[in-house]
Structure formats: structure tokens, C-alpha cells
Design a protein around this ligand. Structure first.
Ligand code: UD1
Length: 352
């Protein structure tokens, strides 16, 4: 079996790591195509190096741009790549513009398409990620769902015959990284002494409107404990455009972290405040309470289990972040760490 993975943005490299490892253990021929959506060393290369992912076989070097320009450039470049490699499966990950481009390209070339992390829904049609994931699920021949709830969404949309629940490959990489750093007693440089809140912000709905961004930064700046803000390039760019100083009050801005450092930073934090999808789940897996600065989440299980709280109003961020620690739980809605094997086994056994 020959599988061609299309990736391009930071969370996809994290998901690719356990999948690439499982492909190699199952002797699958695996071609990696990197669109170049993320290109800074600390948004891309560092994940390949640290997570032991083979270097991409193809790099499209597309870079940043408006949604249409970026997605269209990827689509144009992928035709030749898919034609050259002619894989048994094109595998796309998550919900970014790279996902949608890979999906459209595969369908147009009549190549079987599998979508990893299928069935997530925010039910917020203003999010670019929501368009990307719905369009990709409906284009896919095989929807690899991370949870039962995701599979329910796919069933409700008439996609049950193409759906398999494999669990979440991010659980594999998150738990393996936490185990590895503990076993190696790797003392990753602490991002702060004592109690701190770890924060990330990058969603357009929080960064692009100056008033909204100002009020979120203001709320973080009055946190009674230090706030370590790992700043995505989009946040830095928008804050500069809007004339907002991110290093205000309690906030210290640091550059994006490599994966093992991020896992350590989450483990050591008092709380996480974020609008990232993956980080909500990593906080849950590492049992650090999370506050999500959004009106909804695709990872509703974390909210049901009370390890995550939605906080659409920035005025509530401090009280939410410092709330009483939730009850411990051993419920595992995202699988137990063997999902990448299930993904590869499903691809191998599925009747294309
Ligand atoms: C993308 C995904 C989002 C995902 C996020 C993870 C889409 C629609 N969105 O958002 O779902 O959660 O990745 O990070 O695909 N930039 C750099 N260097 C880089 C990458 C980006 O400076 O290596 C800057 C550029 O100014 C760029 C901006 O960040 O215009 C936004 O990058 P882009 O890839 O368009 O979207 P993200 O906000 O990263």
C-alpha cells in the first residue's frame, strides 16, 4: 500500500508524527507532501526534527495568503504531485486550508481520499476550519473519526457507511511525549517559575478585530499570576497592526515552543487559556484545567468532563482560569494511545 499524506500547518505535523511512525512499522510506502502553509522553523521544521518525522518528499512552498489564494496555489501544485506518485490513498489531516486543498486535489484526480480527524463540528459556519472540515468529510471515501461524537455527526450527515472510529492520534503523540520526557528525566527549560497560566491565541475571531483582541489581552494582563503567552505569528502580526502591546501587566510573550517543551509547559502550568483546538485536548490529557476563549468547541467531551470551560466573554477569563480544579477522571474519550495503528490498519483493510 502506498499512502500520500498532505500536511502544511503546525497541528498537522503533530498528527503526522504517530501516523508516519505507524506507517513505517507496518511497512507502508509513505509519501509526505508539505504544502508550505507554515514555514517558520518553529512552526514547521522543529516538529519534523524533534518528533522524528521523515523529511517531506515534496515541498510545495506555498506560504501565506488569503484563503482563496493560498488554497488555490496548493491545489494547482498538487495535481502534478498526485499524478507522479499515484498513491492508493491520499490522507489529509484536520481542518486547515492544506486539508481542503489535498481533499479537492485527490477527488479531482479520482484517487481514494481518507480524512483523519473527520466529523468534528463547531456548528459555527463563520470559521474557515468548519468549511474545510465539512467539505473534506463529504469529499472523502473514508472518514477516520477520533470520537464517537464525531462519528454521530458524520452519521447525521449521511456518511455512516464511510465512517470508522479510530480514536485520536494526538493522544498517541501527547502521551508518548509525556512518557518519554519523564523517562529521560529531560528537564525542559521551565517557561516560568512557580504558578503560571499558559496562554495561546491565534484564531481569526480573537485576533483580527482590534477591540476583541484588546479585551482578551487586557483580561490576561490582570491575571494575579504570571501569564506565559506563546505567540503564534498571526497574533504578533495582528497585535502590531492594531497597536496592541502584548507584553502588558502579567503577560510575558515567548516564541512558539517545540512539542516536548509545550507538553512540559502544559504539565507544569496552573491552567491553560487558549483558542487552539489541539491544546484544549492536550490540557485534558495532561490534566491541566483549560479555559477556551471561544463560543463553542469541537472537543465537547473536555467541557462535559469539566476540564475545559468555554469563555466567550473576556471579562470571565481570570475567574475561569483560577476556578477550583475539576474532579479527577480516568475517562478516555480520545482513545488510549494506539490510534495511529488503527488508522493504518483501517487504510490497509478498507475496500477502496
Ligand atoms: C492555520 C489554520 C488553523 C490552525 C492553525 C494552527 C487555516 C484556515 N487555519 O491558521 O486552523 O489552527 O493554522 O497554527 O488553515 N505565519 C507566519 N509564519 C508561518 C505561518 C504563518 O508568519 O510559518 C503568519 C503569516 O502572517 C500568515 C498568518 O501567520 O498570514 C496566518 O497563517 P495561516 O497559515 O494563513 O493561518 P493560521 O492562522 O496559522
Amino acid at each position: 500500500m502506498k499512502v500520500l499524506s498532505v500536511v502544511g500547518a503546525r497541528p498537522q505535523f503533530v498528527k503526522l508524527a504517530p501516523v508516519a511512525d505507524a506507517m513505517s512499522r507496518h511497512s507502508v510506502e509513505h509519501v509526505i507532501a508539505h504544502t508550505g502553509q507554515h514555514y517558520d522553523d518553529n512552526m514547521s521544521e522543529v516538529f519534523f526534527r524533534d518528533l522524528g518525522i521523515p523529511k517531506p518528499d515534496v515541498h510545495l512552498g506555498v506560504g501565506s495568503g488569503s484563503h482563496g489564494v493560498q488554497t488555490g496555489a496548493m491545489l494547482g501544485a498538487l495535481d502534478g504531485v498526485l499524478e507522479e506518485h499515484d498513491p492508493d490513498w491520499v490522507l489529509v489531516y484536520g481542518d486547515t486550508n492544506s486539508t481542503l486543498a489535498g481533499a479537492l486535489s485527490a477527488v479531482k484526480m479520482h484517487l481514494p481520499l481518507a480524512h483523519l480527524e473527520a466529523g468534528l463540528r463547531s456548528f459555527n459556519r463563520r470559521m474557515p476550519e468548519e468549511h474545510n472540515r465539512i467539505l473534506t468529510d463529504h469529499a472523502a471515501d473514508l472518514c477516520l473519526a477520533p470520537t464517537e461524537r464525531a462519528a454521530d455527526h458524520l452519521r447525521a450527515e449521511g456518511l455512516s457507511s464511510r465512517t470508522v472510529v479510530t480514536g485520536d492520534v494526538m493522544t498517541d503523540v501527547c502521551l508518548a511525549t509525556a512518557r518519554r520526557t519523564a523517562a529521560e528525566k529531560q528537564s525542559r527549560a521551565a517557561v516560568a517559575e512557580g504558578d503560571y497560566v499558559l496562554a495561546t491565541l491565534h484564531r481569526a475571531e480573537n485576533t483580527d478585530d482590534p477591540e476583541r483582541l484588546r479585551s482578551v489581552v487586557e483580561a490576561l494582563s490582570v491575571m494575579p499570576v504570571p501569564v506565559v503567552l506563546t505567540a503564534h505569528p498571526r497574533l504578533l502580526a495582528r497585535a502590531q497592526d492594531h497597536g496592541i502591546d502584548l507584553n502588558a501587566g502579567s503577560i510575558s510573550v515567548i516564541a512558539p515552543l517545540d512539542y516536548a517543551s509545550m507538553v512540559a509547559a502544559v504539565q507544569q502550568a496552573l491552567a491553560v487559556v487558549t483558542d487552539s483546538g489541539g491544546l484544549q485536548k492536550e490540557a485534558f490529557l495532561l490534566r491541566t484545567p483549560c479555559t477556551t476563549v471561544r463560543t463553542e468547541t469541537e472537543w465537547a467531551e473536555t467541557v462535559d468532563l469539566r476540564w475545559n470551560e468555554l469563555c466567550p466573554d473576556p471579562a470571565d477569563i481570570v475567574s475561569s482560569a483560577l476556578r477550583v480544579r475539576p474532579n479527577e477522571t480516568d475517562v478516555a474519550p480520545y482513545g488510549t494511545g494506539n490510534s495511529a495503528d488503527l488508522v493504518v490498519e483501517t487504510l490497509a483493510s478498507w475496500d477502496r
